[in-house]
Design a binder for this molecule. Structure first.
Ligand code: AVJ
Length: 322
């Protein structure tokens, strides 16, 4: 019991993860989910409107243009769940299409109470949609939604914005299998995935000219300063985006500009950085269309349909649980 209470404290968990990630012998790393505190989430909203970063707009365009087609492929009564509610803006199109058929429950699952509240505010005006938010980790929340479903209702899980790309391979397949395990045959997954594209375009998307992505990345160090009383000098680290050709992923790193030692009192650790050493902060995988078909099968789904944006290679995948 005591143990549970300790790990359930978010600051303790953050401290433990920071300590584990920064005391690694080889590549230092930090979990990308910590990029999204209030400042990081606000910076990501700015990223999503930058000219270099077409991902969010492509996602939104596809959902707007094809919402009715997508919903038409779903069986009768649907309960909609979403992993990570985001701002709720692009989900609106799907919810409006669902609402045009019948009264529908929408269950956003989100660990950030701020994000959850924002999404509820954004979407509460849609008639015939009842919002029931779950402040939970993705799979915990999903299991809860699945346990409460009425007989005859089909679950439709949305995982948009290519957040799946943040999982390492093959952790993405493992996670998709976990989702599948919470579902029944005939339930569905609407999965947004960013696709491979020319390298210069990819690099620019993760290293924009205004420096917003750099600020988004550096905010992780600022957050460690704020929450764990650390003394990172942000001027002594720089943002780097690189493409890993083997994993076909963009990696974000923070590069130490010099030899330095940083104290992180609330994680009870001091960390030594060599000049040019990096902290790996995020992976964002770029899928091929072929790979997505294989991934669907490997996770226990069949691909019902796929919609691809003409301007920015991005796919909306509708998978049905087998
Ligand atoms: C929100 C995970 C889709 O991977 O492109 C944007 C996050 N990181 N710029 C992505 C992100 C740097 C983004 N996702």
């Amino acid at each position: 019991m005591l143990n549970q209470a300790v790990t359930a404290d978010p600051v303790c968990q953050f401290a433990a993860d920071v300590r584990a990630g920064l005391t690694k012998r080889s590549q230092k790393e930090l979990p990308s989910k910590y990029l999204y505190d209030d400042v990081g989430s606000a910076l990501f909203e700015v990223i999503s409107v930058l000219p270099e970063y077409g991902l969010t707009r492509a996602d939104e365009r596809l959902l707007r243009q094809h919402a009715y087609e997508i919903v038409d492929r779903l069986p009768g009564e649907v309960v909609a769940a979403e992993l990570g509610s985001g701002s709720g803006k692009k989900t609106r199109w799907i919810l409006e299409a669902l609402a045009s058929r019948q009264q529908t429950y929408y269950c956003p699952i989100e660990i950030s109470p701020t994000a959850l509240a924002m999404c509820e505010r954004e979407l509460r005006d849609i008639d015939c949609i009842s919002i029931v938010g779950f402040e939970r980790e993705y799979l915990d929340g999903l299991r809860e939604v699945a346990a409460r479903r009425q007989q005859g209702a089909h679950l439709m899980v949305m995982f948009l914005g290519s957040t799946i790309g943040n999982f390492d391979r093959p952790a993405d397949v493992k996670f998709l299998r976990e989702i599948r395990r919470t579902l029944l045959p005939g339930d569905s997954l609407l999965l947004g995935t960013d696709l491979e594209k020319p390298l210069p375009q990819l690099l620019a998307a993760y290293d924009d000219s205004l420096g917003v992505t750099a600020a988004f990345n550096l905010n992780l160090l600022a957050r460690i300063n704020r929450e764990l009383d650390a003394d990172f000098d942000l001027a002594q680290f720089e943002h780097e985006a690189r493409f890993n050709t083997q994993s076909r992923s963009i990696e974000m790193h923070l590069r130490s500009k010099m030899d330095q030692v940083v104290a992180i009192p609330r994680a009870e650790v001091s960390v030594k950085f060599a000049a040019d050493e990096t902290i790996w902060t995020e992976t964002t995988h770029k899928y091929s269309r072929h790979e997505l078909l294989q991934t669907a099968m490997a996770a226990g789904f069949r691909c019902e349909a796929q919609w691809i944006d003409a301007e920015w290679p991005f796919a909306e995948n509708l998978w049905i649980a087998e």
